[in-house]
Write a protein that binds this ligand. Structure first.
Ligand code: PHE
Length: 345
């Protein structure tokens, strides 16, 4: 720095030191601006030194000190610039922090966790059934809930006025031709649609909503759910049906469960059976109906009974969910009362 040390040299060095400390102590941009203008302003230490230079008699010395004053101002400005940069980064970060919207807040609160929704018991049962049958090699099909008389009855081997039609208390939909459009009473009409649409072999399940003219009580609802199964292939026998029901029973309910078939009657299967499931404690649950697909039904589905044979089964899903969760009254499952639904995970 200076070749010789005068009081002015010392004052200048001191002013730069003090200035640098003041600049670095400024904690906001606002404060920094005040500090810098005090240091470099007319009443600042450096200006005071500058105006006292006139008293220095040595011309060379005055020149040197003048240059040092300028250097001091430049270096204070550089220190101020870097401090300003630091402060701006910090202030920007805190603006971002204070403007942040915590979108996880609501989901994380204990109250929100308790109130998180779940699938309906029937939906849960349907999804488990689908998983089990997919595991057994079945595909899933669906059909319309509003059906024609043809699919719901006629194609299922029940021509008009067939007495078996009274097995299903039918809800009719108003139409130009009264009685020709119904709310499907079972999922069996989907069998016909699948046979018409899919080339055999067919291994399909058809879950869905069905409707019957019933007064709701603890074990009946006018709207409920069924799952239909249909297998069409070459050389399918009743033994395949019994084996499939048994495999399903063990896969769905557990190894301790077994199934049995009892002779029964359905117009669309011949022979027909009801199937029951035996719990490990020896008690029985009636589950649904099944049988070998009737040749008339194969023909209605566009298949030649000489080439193709198959079996079908169908059962209610709601009662299974009721059974599984120990629900006493089916109507509770449709009450939408959270005190009921919250009991099930
Ligand atoms: N659709 C019959 C019912 O609703 C059940 C069933 C399906 C029976 C398939 C035999 C074959 O009662």
């Amino acid at each position: 720095m200076a070749s010789s040390s005068t009081p002015e040299h010392q004052q200048l060095a001191q002013a730069v030191n003090d200035g640098a400390s003041a600049i670095n102590a400024a904690s906001t941009t606002e404060e920094l601006r005040t500090v810098v203008s005090a240091l470099t302003g007319k009443k600042g230490a450096i200006s005071t030194i500058k105006s006292s230079l006139g008293k220095v008699s040595d011309v060379e010395m005055r020149k040197e000190l003048g240059q040092l004053v300028n250097e001091a101002l430049t270096s204070l400005q550089a220190i101020a610039d870097s401090r300003s940069q630091q402060l701006r980064v910090g202030e920007f970060a805190s603006v971002i922090e204070s403007d942040r919207v915590d979108i996880t807040e609501v989901a994380m609160s204990a109250r929100a966790t308790q109130r998180r929704g779940r699938l309906h018991l029937v939906t849960q049962a349907t999804e488990r059934l689908e998983d089990v049958f997919i595991g057994l090699g079945f595909q899933i099909a669906e059909g319309p809930e509003v059906e024609t008389d043809f699919y719901n009855f006629e194609a299922l081997n029940m021509p008009p006025s067939h007495p078996a039609r009274s097995m299903w208390d039918t809800l009719f939909v108003e139409s130009d031709e009264p009685g020709s459009v119904v709310l499907r009473t079972h999922t069996s009409p989907v069998q016909i649609r699948v046979m018409q649409d899919w080339p055999p072999p067919i291994y399909a399940i058809m879950p869905g909503r069905v409707f019957r003219k019933e007064t709701p009580d603890a074990t009946h609802m006018p709207v409920f759910h069924q799952i239909e199964g249909l297998v069409i292939d070459r050389g399918i026998t009743f033994a395949d049906l019994a084996g499939t029901i048994e495999s399903f029973t063990k896969a769905f309910f557990g190894e301790g469960f077994t199934s049995r078939l009892r002779p029964s009657y359905f117009p669309f299967t011949e022979p027909s059976a009801e199937f029951d499931i035996r719990r490990p404690d020896g008690s029985w649950i009636e589950l649904g109906g099944c049988g070998m697909v009737h040749p008339h039904v194969l023909r209605a589905g566009g298949l030649d009974p000489a080439e193709w044979s198959g079996f079908a089964f169908g059962f209610g899903i709601d009662r299974m969910a009721k059974e599984r969760h120990g629900v006493n009254d089916l109507r509770d499952m449709y009450s939408d009362d959270v005190r009921f639904t919250e009991q099930f995970s």
